[in-house]
Design a protein around this ligand. Structure first.
Ligand code: DHB
Ligand code: FE
Length: 289
């Protein structure tokens, strides 16, 4: 059976792609950020996932304001990136796993999540930057991918409670998949940031540290926040925490924090990294789910 080895949350600021392309990871501005990643690489070297399921938000590359699904899932064997205008290199296409995607879609729809299925889907920086950070120095990453897109752009957004439930349902679907594969779940974005309006540049360290803590020990606590309250506390783009909440939902067992890093700011954003290992519940508990 498939097994979820753990989850990694990471920011996706496009300027990170510029820093990687220029090779300036050791410059004083970037070093405290990139220094967070070797621990994640060590853990990944041992955990060796076959597939990465990425909860992320599209910023106008594949979906625009005229047609905005709340939840969308890629169901392809390849995902292309394209120029979004940030001045960063376009990534090579990412291999998909259409069979696993369709299994997750079947399972979600059976559990009454009415997701949009995408047999073609361009993936933007919120998908490419986390993978570039987790597998550096190679545009040909050793994993297949399943992109799961959450609307964090056009209100009304899904609630944190709904995103946690989505993640839980995705987790159940993966653990029921018959193929013997290891799966990593990624949550992309944030933490607190606001790119526009009077509060542009807004960061809330106290709120971020509370979120990082609850994501490990008590993710349900974050479902007490409305999306409007998250905007107030974390900035208008801080709602990208929804991707992290969905990611955390996929881990059903005891969770061990392997590593975390928090550094402000990277561009306009409070950058964070969180590596969680999934210590699975006994097999009989999983069968009951
Ligand atoms: C920045 C942050 C984002 O989440 C994003 O999607 C684009 C830019 C930034 O801080 O520059
Ligand atoms: Fe973003």
């Amino acid at each position: 059976m498939a097994h979820i080895i753990g989850a990694i949350g990471t920011t996706h600021v496009p300027a990170i792609g510029g820093a990687i392309a220029k090779g300036v990871q050791h410059d004083p501005y970037w070093k405290p950020f990139f220094d967070g990643f070797p621990s994640a690489h060590c853990w990944l070297d041992q955990a060796r996932p076959d597939v990465v399921v990425v909860f992320y938000n599209d910023h106008g590359l594949n979906f625009f304001l005229d047609k905005m699904p709340t939840f969308a899932i890629g169901a392809a064997n390849e995902y292309k990136n394209a120029d979004e205008g940030w001045g960063i290199p376009v990534s090579r296409p990412f291999p998909g796993d259409a069979a696993l995607s369709w299994h997750i879609i079947e399972s979600l729809v059976a559990e009454e999540f009415d997701v949009t299925t995408c047999q073609e889907m361009l993936v933007d920086h919120a998908f490419t930057i986390p993978l570039a950070l987790l597998w550096p120095g190679d545009d040909n990453r050793p994993v297949r991918t399943v992109p799961i897109e959450i609307n964090t752009v056009q209100h009304p957004l899904p609630t944190p409670a709904r995103c946690l439930k989505l993640g839980q349902a995705v987790g159940r679907a993966i653990e029921r998949y018959a193929a013997d594969i290891s799966v990593l779940v990624v949550g992309s974005g944030g933490l607190s940031h606001q790119l526009d309006g009077k509060r542009a540049g807004f960061i809330n360290k106290e709120f971020d540290l509370m979120c990082l803590d609850k994501l490990v020990s008590d993710p349900a606590a974050l479902t007490r926040y409305s999306t409007v309250r998250i905007v107030e506390e974390g900035g208008s783009q801080g709602v990208e925490i929804l991707n992290w909440i969905a990611m955390r939902g996929a881990l059903a067992g005891q969770v061990t924090k392997v590593h975390s890093n928090y550094h402000i700011p990277i561009s306009n954003t409070a950058s964070a990294l969180l590596v969680l290992q999934n210590d699975p519940p006994p097999i009989e508990m999983r069968m009951a789910g």
